[in-house]
Design a protein around this ligand. Sequence first.
Ligand code: ARG
Length: 569
Amino acid sequence: MKLASFFKQQAVAILEPLISLPEEQCIHMLEVPPQIEMGDLAFPCYLLAKTWRRSPQAIAVELTASIQNHSASFVQATAVGAYVNLKWNREHYGAQLLSSLEEKQNTEIEIGAGQRIVIDMSSPNIAKPFGVGHLRSTVIGAALHRIYEAAGYEAIRVNHLGDWGTQFGKLITAYLRWGDPQQLKQHPIRESLRVYIQFHEEVQQAPELEDEAREWFAKLEQGDAQALELWQYFVEVSIESLQPMYQRLGVEFDYVLGESFYNDKMPAVIEQLQSKRLLVESDGAQVVRLDEHQLPPCLILKSDGTTIYPTRDLATAIYRKEVMGADQLVYVVGGEQSLHFKQVFEVLHKMGYTWAKDCIHVSFGLMKVDGKKMSTRKGKVVFLEEVLDEAVEQARQIIAEKSPNLPDKERVAEQVGIGAIIFGDLKNNRQNEIDFSLQQAVTFEGETGPYIQYTYARIQSILRKVTPNKSALDPTISNNLWSNESWALLVHLSTYTQQLERAVTQHEPSILARYIIETAKLFNQFYNKDRIIDAPVELQNQRVALTLQTGLYLKRVMTLLGIDTPAQM
Ligand code: ARG
């Protein structure tokens, strides 16, 4: 039973005979009152005023009277201004809802059954630092993967490493001139970044360095042994150095396939484009024109004959569809690439691939960490590792102050620090720009990861003191008194499936993040109002059962988002 729709269906059944509006419209008009004590749903009477030729207030009073006279249901109506408020009988429905929560724990939705979804996520550029954009892609991608799987999809995570392109010519040039092999082995990203930055500084005075870099990349493309060896080494050490960070974030991949993987698949794409007469010359380069879509042309071959980013994405998409068997292709990439993906998807369409409509750019906004942006070239960067360490350090300090006797403090600090960063990202609508404040994200109050974790730990501590009793779910045995607070929590928990569905169809983890913020707030209100541990026994059963379900739902959603659930904090 989906609660909101259950309430709405009942409301429509009651209202329809009285107002003769189509069912659809009636459902659409129903609102949720701002305060739970006002009722569970409200029907506004403004629209009826015209045809009924009475004030909406008078209509509300009239409708309320007819509902009270005619309906023998467990729904109570009250006229408040222009609204008819409808309140469901809590004694009658409470235990029923509580046990349906338990049933729903074991069933997932099936909207993705039989479908394979390939997720392009993380995808950092080798030998450049892992930027905040890549962090967002990693965190959002990993959450979406679990959310899709919970909806029945088979979801495949691909790390599309940026391991090819002209920057490797620069890197090789710089490394051969100024590199330190010892440093490269120990701190591959730092060392390659150092020489990369030096390249950009020195090239100001010595423009011929650009030519040297171009030559090295040309050599690389032609398979020159020294160039290939150096490139391979850069790739290997970089992948290795990314691993600990992925581990800390709890992220895994099904495939790590860099852009270079598609090198031998591009000639076929270019041939196809040629035979379909889609390629035209423009300033010596080969492009596909997209005028009819009001888009600038998509560059396919540069004037020197080398392929570029869009060409590789065409080959990649075709591979994911034809070899990996993707039904949907999702790209979790920053909004600054939205033109790129529009162009690539349109070109696929023009090539005759009708499945181009199943390619989705799941874009996200920029994020600044403590006001700092990232720019590799100029060397003003915050390293992700440092951001993670700093978050953990702050968590460690708060824990030392708040719970000095906590066992396993180190582990919990790591879980809280990392959880703070993941949640601080995911709670925002992904398209929004984020001004991320580390200090705010790590606090235990407000809409933060630690606040959710703390609420979860509080629930576990209650459950260690009292054991849930099965009879709480039996409406004939348990006492069914519901406070506004416990009822609000119960009703909110019952909407989980709908929230999960919305998160899937909108590719939007923030829907579930907001859902657990609300869950935690409602739980804490309930906990402040209703006694649990020292409540009379029949009431205690029901409240403990509600507490248990809240803990299970919190854990389930936190796990989907990638946040750990320490049992003690
Ligand atoms: N490596 C790219 C970057 O950092 C992102 C790759 C995104 N995926 C793709 N298939 N183009 O900008």
